[in-house]
Write a protein that binds this ligand. Structure first.
Ligand code: TYD
Length: 143
């Protein structure tokens, strides 16, 4: 629970993934421990997002995630209760590491885009904070 409270948007980072360039097309491999700082316990991807739709709109207590625009582009709004920033993802070899304890929204999906997510834990609804007021209360209660 401590992790949830201490992290800010400045703990999130852009990670350049390996890119093997070939005439017949490129490859980006991601290996546990080498290219990603947590064990991957789950992979999921968002696709067929209708135009104008937003995803996310929640925080996680323990979960670390790598978000990758495997195809197309989208924006990630990060919010730690004090600071906000928007990160645009639009390359399959760039990942955004989202640490625990941040409110996030995914917006402005381009047509046909795919958001690939590598996650440090299996799905657990108890890890979610889905109400923004609850999130602010959680973050504030550490200080
Ligand atoms: P949710 O994480 O709320 O979607 P988003 O934040 O992208 O809008 O998940 C939507 C639904 O899918 C929710 O009912 C739980 C389910 N779900 C799983 O069962 N397993 C998963 O790994 C994920 C990410 C979601």
């Amino acid at each position: 629970m401590m992790d949830f409270k201490k992290y800010t948007i400045y703990d999130c980072s852009i990670v350049h993934l390996p890119k093997i360039e070939k005439r017949e097309g490129n490859i980006t491999p991601i290996e546990n421990k080498k290219d990603i700082p947590f064990d991957i316990r789950r992979i999921y991807y968002l696709y067929d997002v209708p135009g104008g739709e937003a995803r996310g709109g929640h925080a996680h207590k323990k979960l670390h995630q790598f978000l990758i625009a495997a195809s197309g582009s989208f924006d990630v709004l990060l919010d730690d209760g004090k600071n906000k920033k928007v990160v645009n993802l639009n390359r399959p070899y760039i990942a955004l590491h989202i640490v625990p304890g941040l409110w996030r929204e995914l917006l402005n999906f381009s047509s046909g885009s795919i958001c690939l997510v590598l996650a440090s834990e299996i799905y657990d609804e108890d890890d979610y904070i889905r109400n923004y007021k609850d999130f602010i209360n959680f973050k504030g209660s550490s200080k």
